[in-house]
Design a protein around this ligand. Structure first.
Ligand SMILES: Nc1ncnc2c1ncn2[C@@H]1O[C@H](COP(=O)(O)OP(=O)(O)OP(=O)(O)O)[C@@H](O)[C@H]1O
Length: 296
């Protein structure tokens, strides 16, 4: 049903002469959807257009049965955590949510209950009287999720949320996103492949404004089957390997270097490995942008 989906048709976006999105066709359903791409691929542009904070040049978008032109209705249905989320540093956590809730015209009676509920959910109840400037980076991101969900939207859009977080906070944040995606659409935009692997069943890969891949993570990984190898070598041999293959990982141990790489043809003196999403992403990006094409 279109009430549960975001449907994007022939979407184009120009900034002056620069085309940031090229004829995007995409359908996003309930659950976590990962939007992956290099810096400048067009992720933020797409996120902001869906969140109705940026206009598009041509095409059409339907957000849970509402046309994108109906900005007021769209905003009621969307919670957005931008890449550069910031709020008055001298405000306290609870106070800031009260302030944002008032701006969203949530009645005071409902608002206090929602704030308590959201602070529990994002694990910030003990910090509710702390000033925002005293929060850690991870806490600030979690507060960002609380503010984005305060008006109970059907869709949550999160742009590059884990940059700069320590490993424990990153895992905690990812788990929070997975939890909130059980009853809504969550779009996670990132260039960190590990964030996607841990949370998303479906992904889209953007490159220079074009959607290169749209489908299941497992199907993408399948494409790199029998193409990922591991070899133990020494530092002198490294430049030769780098010239010959696409390197996806390197681990130094004393004089030895263990190199993980992609090869389309059989490499008899290296060990074949099970691909992970990072290998598959590198393989797919390389194939589809080198002009050789990839079997789909
Ligand atoms: N306001 C703007 N004016 C002109 N060009 C822009 C503007 N905003 C973005 N662009 C360009 O559009 C392209 C897509 O940018 P966008 O920020 O959407 O990419 P991104 O995938 O989110 O990158 P990042 O991961 O670095 O945030 C880039 O080439 C960028 O330079």
């Amino acid at each position: 049903m279109s009430e549960d989906k975001i449907i994007i048709k022939n979407l184009n976006k120009f900034y002056g002469k620069k085309q940031a999105l090229k004829d995007i066709n995409l359908s996003i359903e309930k659950g976590m959807f990962g939007l992956l791409g290099r810096n400048g691929a067009g992720k933020t542009t797409l996120m902001r257009i869906i969140a109705s904070t940026l206009t598009y040049t041509s095409g059409d978008i339907d957000v849970c049965g509402i046309n994108i032109k109906n900005v007021k209705q769209i905003r009621k249905n969307i919670g957005y955590l931008p890449q550069d989320f910031s709020i008055y540093p001298s405000m306290k956590v609870y106070e800031s949510l009260e302030y944002l809730g008032c701006l969203s015209k949530i009645s005071t009676k409902v608002l206090n209950k929602r704030i308590e509920y959201m602070l529990e959910k994002v694990n910030l109840i003990e910090e509710k009287n702390m000033k925002i400037k005293a929060l850690s980076g991870g806490m600030k991101r979690r507060l960002g999720i609380a503010q984005a969900l305060l008006h109970e939207p059907k869709i949550l859009i999160v742009d590059e949320p884990t940059a700069g977080l320590d490993p424990e906070e990153r895992v905690r944040f990812r788990n929070l996103l997975s939890e909130v995606s059980t009853d809504r659409i969550v779009i996670l935009s990132t260039h960190i492949v590990g964030d996607i692997e841990a949370t998303c069943e479906k992904i889209g890969i953007l490159n220079e404004g074009s959607l290169l891949y749209n489908g299941k993570v497992d199907d993408l990984i399948e494409k790199a089957n029998n193409k990922v190898y591991k070899i133990t070598t020494n530092k002198n041999e490294l430049p030769i390997l780098k010239k010959k293959y696409k390197i996806t990982g390197m681990h130094t141990s004393g004089d030895k270097v263990i190199v993980r790489f992609i090869s389309e043809s059989l490499v008899t003196d290296a060990e074949l490995c099970t691909p992970n999403i990072e290998d598959a992403y590198m393989f797919y990006l390389d194939k589809t942008t080198s002009g050789n094409g990839v079997e789909v």
